[in-house]
Design a protein around this ligand. Structure first.
Ligand SMILES: C[S@@+](CC[C@H](N)C(=O)[O-])C[C@H]1O[C@@H](n2cnc3c(N)ncnc32)[C@H](O)[C@@H]1O
Length: 266
């Protein structure tokens, strides 16, 4: 499914030179919670309503969210695959966390509970996500973890929270960390046969080292991994089947997602 034109109902403002961490994220939170009680109550347990509020805010002040168009591809994938254990790297103000977490909540049941971890580096952004996840009524399914993705992945793995490996991972954090964090997950067995990775911003700004890595054959990776161990080595024997999905940033700039299904050691 390739969108050939920008058809979103919201077009975000221009990114500009300073486009985050200038107070706009707390301004968003303040605007949401300072609404009259009747308006605010309409957003309670209403992920769609909160996403729409965030989209409207971002038409005036750009926010670096995955947005409606790329988001649709990911929610379609979640609905068809129904992953139980999901991890997102980079949550910002919680747009993707609310969108994907609410999709996971659709099929999560008490007898077969799904869990969506959001790993966010910034304590301020993490606190915003927690407040909005609570407002959205998604706290049973979504857990926000503050800290660097690498530390949090190691810690969650050590605590057994990622036992058996994750079914779905959304990579949308610091671009140079996509490949090292993937290799860390491979070395820990957190990424294994059956894991589906979705990497955002593969065109804007692009991520050649990650793209190259998931497209290398095990033979090529084994050669490159010679003499390396642990997270630096990853698991070179894992093979991925990759799909490139062209879409749009919410500011109408072309972008793409790369979906990589881990086939295991084949
Ligand atoms: C593009 S934004 C994420 C947007 C979000 N996924 C969405 O679509 O709504 C990138 C986020 O990654 C976070 N980040 C950057 N480096 C990180 C790291 N090492 N670990 C976890 N989060 C990180 C940033 O603080 C920022 O909030």
């Amino acid at each position: 499914m390739v969108s050939t034109s920008f058809t979103s109902s919201h077009r975000y403002g221009e990114q500009g030179e300073v486009f985050f961490n200038d107070g706009r994220e707390l301004e968003l939170l303040q605007r949401i919670f300072s609404q009259p009680p009747a308006e605010l109550s309409k957003l309670r347990n209403n992920p769609r309503g909160i996403l729409s509020f965030i989209d409207n805010f971002a038409t005036q002040k750009y926010l670096m969210n995955v947005g409606e168009l790329k988001g649709k591809h990911v929610t379609a994938l979640l609905r068809s695959q129904k992953p139980s254990l999901c991890v997102e790297l980079g949550g910002y103000v919680g747009y993707s966390t609310i969108l994907f977490g609410s999709t996971v909540a659709e099929y999560s049941t008490p007898s077969n509970p799904a869990r969506y971890y959001c790993l966010e580096y910034s304590p301020v952004f993490g606190a915003i996500i927690m407040a909005l996840i609570d407002l959205a009524g998604l706290s049973d399914v979504v857990k926000v973890v503050i800290g660097s993705s690498t530390d949090s992945l190691n810690r969650l793995h050590g605590e057994g929270a990622l036992k058996g490996g994750v079914d779905f991972m959304f990579l949308d954090h610091n671009k140079p960390l996509y490949m090292p964090d993937l290799k860390l997950c491979e070395s820990l067995g957190v990424v294994r046969g059956g894991t589906v990775l979705v990497a955002d911003n593969m065109v804007k700004p692009g991520n050649p080292p990650y793209h190259r890595y998931v497209n290398l054959s095990p033979e090529e990776k084994k050669k490159e991994a010679e003499g390396k161990a642990g997270a630096e080595r990853g698991d070179p024997e894992l093979r991925y089947e990759n799909k490139w999905i062209e879409s749009w940033e919410p500011s109408a700039v072309p972008d793409a997602l790369e979906v990589s299904r881990c086939l295991g050691r084949v």
